[in-house]
Every structure is written in C-alpha cells, then in structure tokens.
Design a protein around this ligand. Structure first.
Ligand SMILES: Nc1nc2c(ncn2[C@@H]2O[C@H](COP(=O)(O)OP(=O)(O)O)[C@@H](O)[C@H]2O)c(=O)[nH]1
Ligand SMILES: [Mg+2]
Length: 361
C-alpha cells in the first residue's frame, strides 16, 4: 500500500514524514530531490508477543510505503496548482495524506500569508475536482472522435455514458469519492484512478499550544467535511519529531508535559486502516513470525493468495486460531486442546488478528 503526502509548501510535510519514518533530515538530503520515500513497518503488538513466544529466526512486519512529494507551487490563479507530472505521480497512490498548515510561526512563510485550514482543504478538494474534470472532458472528446470513425462504437458509447456521469458530479463540485458507483463503474475507476475518488487523510499540523484544544479543532473542521471517506487527524509535527529522537522515559516526561497521547505513527496507521477498510492477519512458525495486510471481508483463500499465488490456487484448508487465544494459551497444542484451533474452508471470512496456517496441495 502506498500513501502519498501532499500539501502546500511549508505545511510540514517533510517534518511529518521524518516523524513517522524515523528517517531524519541528514539522511533525507541524500535522497531524490523531488520526493522522499520510505517503507514503514506497521506496528503490531500481537506480532511482538508472538515473536517472544516462538523465537523465530526473523520477525517481518507488514509495511506501507509513504512518499513525501515536493509541494506544488501555490498560485493566485485557481485550478492550476497541479502540473500533469504531479498528477501522474499521485494518481497511483492508494490514499493521499494532505498536510494542512495549522501552526503559526512568523519564521516560516505561509501560503497566502495567513493560516486558514478550511480554505487550504477546500482549495485542494477543488484542485482534485478540477484535475478530474479536465481528464473527463479530454476523454469524452477523444471517445466522440472514435465514434465518428466508427471505431469500437459500442464500447465508446458505454464509456461516454460513464464519463458523463463523472462529469455531472464534478461540475456539481462533488468529489467522485462521494458518488455511489456500481460494479460497472469500478472498472473505469481502477483504470483511470481519478484523484477525487481517493480516500483522503487530512493531517492538521498544529502548534504545541493547540494540544489542549485539538478535539474541538478537529470537530470544527470535521463539521465542514463530513465525508466518511475523509479522516481528519491532528499532528504536532515539530514537537512530535523532537520527541521521536528522545529515549522512552524522557519522551514520556515531555509528552505528559505537553499533554500528548499516542504516537504519530500509530495515529496515521489506525486512521489509514480504518479509512481503507484494512486489517491484519498473522502467520507464525520456527522460521518467521509475520503480519500481513488485507482488506476487511477477504476470505481465507484470498488471504492465502496474499502470501503466495500458489497458496491461492492450491488452497485446501486453513488452520485458524485467533492471536488473543494463542497469546493467552502460549502454545498451538493448548489451543487445539481447548478447541480454539479450527479448520476453515476457502469461504471463511478472515478476522483481524487471526493466525492462519494454509494447507495446500
Ligand atoms: N513552529 C512549527 N514549525 C513547524 C511545524 N512543522 C514544521 N515546521 C517548520 O516549518 C518549516 C517547513 O517544514 P517542512 O516540513 O519542511 O514543510 P514542507 O515544505 O511541507 O515539507 C520547517 O522549518 C519546519 O521545521 C510545527 O508544527 N510548528
Ligand atoms: Mg518538504
């Protein structure tokens, strides 16, 4: 899974990237000029405990990739912030993380010389819609030309209808993520990856003096963007970055002082998983303990396919025990004794925290 970090210059994108990846400026400087990339391990306490129990050769966390894209250049003119190159890059992301400038600091220049989070979020929403609208209009024009040449007439006609549906929504200022698409539309969505359909994580980058009011601030902005496909989460990038460089005890002292709760990475992952409908399952053994990311609602056979396509094709059964039970009992044998270990068929819907052992031919 890939999450793309976007936002206005000086909103704190790179600071947030450093905070969640634990890669710091001196390392980043050697990377590509226009973007920073990192694979981050998805923290999972269950995996840590199971690793203690099984003492395998290695522990492998599920990973997600985060990419910190260089900021687009704000412009006085509306609707031309994103260059085609920028759009091409962010199109392939599974979700976008929009970092919004909420902190006030006279030493750090701000877009439009003022702090206005609602304005910045709106501007970006408009920009997504605008980019999609241009795409849709070009597409319709192209398809109409094809129709004139009697090329793929039937297919073109079907697609024009679909594009017209998108166009109507976009002209109404409705992001495509709010449209209730049917199966037929999904094919086009997957192919074209319009920007306004992407799940959106909005990271409000707040000052340390806003820690106490964070809930109220989030609620106020949430009320303006009430979509289920948008998550709004507070960050305090600058202090959270400083804290990430301290040892555990020191960190706790400062967190208490500031009134901060939880780690920024956990906050991001939890929200991303919720928003994208993701969950984890685990595998254990002498060689490795490992966590895997899948969509909620996936079957045992589909989950097996995430491990290896062969496991999907040659799937027979899955031995399933929930990690809570294995952690409680300590061994597979005990779980079997107590009836916690089950054999499930290919249609079994995997639950978050299930441990699977795939039997295949
Ligand atoms: N006061 C304050 N400064 C911040 C905060 N987050 C980032 N900055 C500073 O703002 C500047 C721009 O941050 P950066 O992460 O490079 O922004 P980017 O252009 O979006 O990547 C840097 O000097 C950061 O140290 C914050 O929460 N509070
Ligand atoms: Mg940056």
């Amino acid at each position: 899974m890939q999450i793309g970090i976007i936002g206005y210059p000086f909103s704190g994108k790179t600071t947030l990237f450093e905070t969640i990846t634990a890669i710091h400026q001196e390392n980043i400087a050697q990377q590509k000029k226009d973007e920073n990339r990192a694979m981050i391990k998805v923290p999972d306490e269950r995996l840590d405990i199971l690793t203690e129990i099984f003492q395998p050769k290695r522990k492998v966390n599920a990973t997600i990739e985060v990419i910190d894209f260089a900021g687009f250049q704000p412009s006085e003119q509306k609707g031309n912030i994103f260059t085609p190159q920028f759009i091409a890059k962010i199109k392939t992301m599974d979700a976008l993380l929009h970092v919004v400038r909420g902190f006030d600091d006279p030493n750090v220049p701000a877009f439009s010389d003022s702090i206005d989070m609602v304005r910045d979020i709106r501007n970006l929403e408009d920009e997504f819609i605008f980019a999609d609208l241009i795409f849709v209009e070009n597409r319709i024009e192209k398809l109409q030309k094809e129709m004139l040449k009697q090329k793929n007439r039937e297919e073109a006609e079907k697609e024009i209808k679909e594009m017209q549906l998108w166009k109507d929504a976009l002209e109404n200022n409705t992001p495509l993520r709010e449209v209730d698409f049917d199966e037929n539309s999904m094919k086009y969505i997957v192919n074209y990856q319009p920007l306004s359909v992407k799940p959106l994580l909005i990271a409000l980058n707040l000052s340390e003096n806003m820690v106490a009011n964070q809930e109220q601030i989030v609620n106020e902005i949430r009320a303006k963007f009430p979509s289920e496909k948008i998550a709004i989460l507070p960050f305090f990038a600058k202090i959270e970055l400083e804290l990430s460089q301290l040892d555990k005890e020191e960190k706790q002292i400062f967190m208490d002082e500031y009134g901060l709760v939880g780690s920024p990475l956990d906050r991001l992952i939890q929200n991303a998983y919720n928003l994208l409908g993701l969950q984890s399952f685990l595998t254990v053994g002498e060689d490795e303990t490992r966590s895997w990311t899948i969509k909620k609602g996936m079957t045992a056979q589909q989950a097996a396919g995430v491990i290896h396509t062969d496991f999907y094709n040659k799937f027979i059964r899955a031995e399933v025990v929930h990690s809570d039970h294995l952690i409680q009992e300590g061994t597979i044998a005990k779980c079997r004794e107590k009836g916690y270990l089950r054999l499930e068929g290919k249609e079994y819907i995997v639950k978050d925290g299930d441990i699977l052992n795939i039997r295949h031919s």
